[in-house]
Each structure stands twice: as C-alpha cells, then as structure tokens.
Design a protein around this ligand. Structure first.
Ligand code: GTP
Ligand code: MG
Length: 473
C-alpha cells in the first residue's frame, strides 16, 4: 500500500453544483475524517463503516465550521482504491470546497492527488485490470448512450474475462507440453504425439481470436465516433444538409459554387452513437476549380470520404449529370468508396425529380440502393432521409440483441496484442516445429494477452493510460 494519503475534489469544478464530492484515500484517510469531524475541544465518534452519516466539518487549525456534510468511511480493502477511503459530500460552493481542501492539506501525511491517481491505486491493488481501467476512462468520457453501454461492459470486466479465460486455456496447454518435455523420452514421435493432444484446443482458440478480430472495428468506432462525410458536386446543397442535421447554421450556405473549402466538422448524437459529420468542398475537376484554395479543398474532401465509414452523396436533382460526373470521379479514387457505404441524396426536389438515368447512379439504384429525394429548402423528404440515416447507423454500430455480452475491442492497443497472440498461436501449429519451440510460441501468445490486461510487463504503458483521467479519479 502506498505510504501517502491523497485527496482531491472528485466531482466537477467547484461553484457550479449543489453538492461536491471530495475523496481521501490512503492509510491516514480515517484519521483525516476524524480530525475534520471533531469540533474544537470536543470528542467525535467515527461514523459506522460504509454507512452515510451527517457530520459538521471543522477546520482543524482555526476551528472554523466549514460545512455540514454527508460523510462516508470505507475501510480498505473494500473500497474503490482498495485502501482506507473517506468520502465527503459537501455543499458545492467554492468557499466550502476550498475550505475543506485547505483543511485536508494541513493534516500531516496528506497531499493532493495527481491525475488518475485513485484509479492507479485501484489498479495497483488488484481491484481492476487495465481493460477495466480503460472502460472506466471511457465511461467518464462517454457522450452517448452506446458509448455508455460499451464502457460499462468493459468496466464490468467483460474484456478481462475473455482474455483471462484464453490465457488460462493457454496455461493448461503449456502445462501439458512442459510435462512432456520434462518427463518424455527422447524418441521423435513423443513430440508430435504430445502436441497432437493440445492441437484441437489451440486451433479452437485460433478460431475464437479470429472471430474476435473480425469485428469491423465496431468497438473502436463507437468509442471514437462514426465518421460520416457529406460529399457531392458544388452547390448541391451539402452545407444546407449539414445545417439541417445540425439544426443550426453551422456551415456557410451561398449560391456561389465553391463556397465550402475547409472541412466543416461537427459532433452529433444519432441513435445513441457519436457521429462526426463532415461537410466538404464541392467535387469538380481540378481545371474547373477557381483557384488553388478550392483545389486543396477538393483534395481534403476526397480524404474525408476515404476516412469516413459512411458517405452521404448529394447532388442537385435539376443537374444530375454534374452529380454523376462527381460520383464517378469519386469512385475512381485509389480507395473506391464501398457502394454499401454511400447514401444517395437527390437534393432540391422542389426544382424537379431526379430520374437517376445517369451512370453510376443507375447502377447503384439497380443494385438496390434507394435515392432519397429531398429538399433542404422546403423540408420535403427530409424526415424520411433522417430516419434512414439513423437506422443505417444503428444497424451498423448499435449493440444488437444477443450481442449484449460480447465484449468488443475498443482500442488499437488491444487489437495489436490480439493480433500478435494469434500469429504466435498459428506459429505453434507448424508441424515441423519441435515441441519446445511450439511451447515457446504458446508462452509468447499468453504474454501478449497478459499485456492487454496488465498481467505482463506494461510499466511504460501506465503513464499513457492514467494520463487520460482527470484529477479526482
Ligand atoms: N431550390 C433549392 N435550393 C437549395 C436547396 N438546398 C440548398 N439550396 C440552395 O443552393 C445553394 C447552394 O447551397 P449550399 O448548401 O451552399 O451548397 P453546397 O453543396 O454546400 O455548395 P459548395 O459549398 O459551394 O460546394 C444555396 O443558394 C442554397 O440556398 C433546395 O433544396 N432547394
Ligand atoms: Mg458548402
């Protein structure tokens, strides 16, 4: 256990809330509580462990009354950090919070906590593994319902359980190979025979890892946001559509073709998922662009499309030929947009209906893609399009029924180690490999899983992970 006792304001900034929560953790947490609740010249009784109690708090140096607060005394190891912990639910004003923090600072053995230090202690005391710590960080940062669901799953140990069960399985396999290596005789067929016994287990694991990796990066996308780009020829009404989605004039709209140049980005909550929506410069041939600035805008627009999970392709229904040329051009870029990831929008329906006679729209329509006829000006068709966009995002990224418990990879870090584990497992299956080398591969595979949960050397990682936290967590 850490020698010093730390304290911090764990709720938001002081002065903006009815209640503030101040946390104290470490060996002196009990004494600190006792000191604060003791009125000058009187004796105080500690509250019962894990029972909320109302107490007056006093400044131990000046004897001033600081607040009347709800206090909690949670002796370790049954606390968040695993250490003795005191929690003070005070009134939220600056004067109260400042007074209590100041008073705590005068108590010997106490010091203010660093960023993420409470959680780091929880991890250090084995209360959480690294994936649970990451889940907690995600929960604190969650903006949308799906992010919350995913973070709660991970914080509850769903990923940890998966990786630990795989590691246990590998440990059993290793025990088997080691027994054979230690006690087997020198005949050649011993190697192969012994490995044959665990071969089905390893190949089962390989299968599970492959399924785990083939997740379309859903967990990472839920965590970082679904990127949706609005693209199309100039003047089609892309910025108008962004404004409709944002419900405010976020981007400049004008009848001049080539108005938008920079990528205009905003965050939305669609179907409980964080969506990063980008409005982009109108796509037209480089020669047709007004100047270098517009050309750079077009380059960025293409980049935004390639980087996005979903593209809303917008054209002016009274000028379908221009839309067709831009779409064809976009599909011809190095990484052609996957047809299923494009939503076709024929805007300015008030000016006439798009017949979608042009290639490549026609081909997409024939392949079953709907075309959303709408008008940003009159609002017709907008409702139906919005509902479709929402359904599409929900279908791809919301947790579906029956998947509630399947933990997803939420960070590139996990993917890296799972991938390395898989490679090692595949390596161990090589029939020409002698038993001791196959065992070495299994050991390596197991260590890769241990790196995800923190069971195996991760010192250099800890700073990066805990830096994400705020002070007081
Ligand atoms: N009649 C009609 N005009 C529209 C509609 N939507 C947008 N406009 C007009 O079309 C013009 C271009 O709209 P923007 O939203 O700026 O188009 P854009 O695609 O962002 O254009 P660039 O940024 O230049 O590529 C503006 O004058 C809009 O008012 C619509 O549904 N019907
Ligand atoms: Mg625009």
């Amino acid at each position: 256990m850490a020698a010093d006792t730390i304290f911090a304001l764990s709720s938001g900034p002081a002065g903006q809330a009815g209640v503030a929560v101040i946390r104290v953790s470490g060996p002196a947490a009990g004494d600190a509580l006792h000191t604060l609740i003791t009125a000058p010249g009187r004796h105080a009784k500690m509250p019962e462990a894990r029972r909320a109690a109302v107490r007056r708090l006093y400044d131990p140096v000046k004897g001033d009354l600081l607040d009347e607060a709800l206090v909690l005394w949670m002796p370790g190891p049954r606390s968040f950090t695993g250490e003795d912990t005191t929690e003070l639910h005070t009134h939220g004003s600056r004067a109260v919070v400042g007074g209590v923090l100041g008073a705590l600072g005068t108590i010997p053995g106490l010091r203010p906590a660093e960023r993420g230090e409470f959680t780091q202690r929880a991890y250090g005391n084995g209360r959480m593994d690294l994936t649970e710590v990451e889940g907690l960080a995600d929960l604190i940062a969650a903006d949308t319902a799906e992010q919350r669901r995913q973070a709660l799953r991970q914080m509850g140990g769903a990923l940890k359980d998966k990786y630990e069960s795989w590691r246990e399985e590998l440990t059993k396999c290793l025990a088997h190979t080691e027994a054979v290596i230690d006690f087997g005789d020198d005949e050649d067929d011993v190697d192969e025979g012994a490995y044959a016994a665990i071969r089905p287990k390893v190949s089962g694991l390989i299968q599970e890892l492959r399924v785990h990796l083939a997740d379309n990066r859903r967990g990472e996308i839920v965590r970082n946001g679904v990127r949706v780009a609005i693209a199309g020829p100039p003047n089609a009404g892309k910025s108008s559509l962004l404004n409709v989605l944002a419900e405010r004039p976020a981007a400049i709209v004008s009848p001049i073709a080539g108005t938008t140049r920079d990528v205009v980005q905003l965050q939305l909550d669609i179907a409980g998922l964080p969506v990063v929506l980008s409005d982009t410069a109108g796509l037209r041939a480089a020669e047709a662009a007004a100047d270098d600035v517009e050309r750079e805008g077009i380059r960025r627009a293409r980049e935004a499309v390639v980087d996005s999970q979903l593209t809303i392709f917008v054209w002016d229904s009274s000028n379908e030929a221009e839309g067709a040329a831009a779409l064809k051009d976009l599909q011809a870029t190095d990484e052609p947009a996957d047809v299923g990831s494009v939503i076709l929008v024929s805007n300015k329906a008030d000016l006439g209906t798009s017949a979608t006679q042009q290639e490549p729209m026609q081909a997409m329509v024939q392949a079953g893609q709907p075309v959303w006829q709408l008008s940003c000006k009159t609002g017709e068709g907008v409702e139906a399009f919005l509902r479709h966009l929402e359904d599409e995002i929900a279908r791809r990224y919301q947790t579906q029924q029956g998947q509630e418990d399947a933990p997803l990879i939420t960070r590139a870090r996990h993917r890296h180690h799972v991938q390395a584990c898989l490679s090692a497992l595949e390596g161990s299956m090589d029939p020409s490999l002698p038993m001791d080398l196959a065992a070495e591969e299994l050991r390596y595979a197991s260590a890769e899983l241990g790196r995800i949960t923190g069971a195996v050397d991760v010192e250099e990682l800890l700073d990066v992970i805990f830096r994400d936290f705020c002070i007081g967590k």
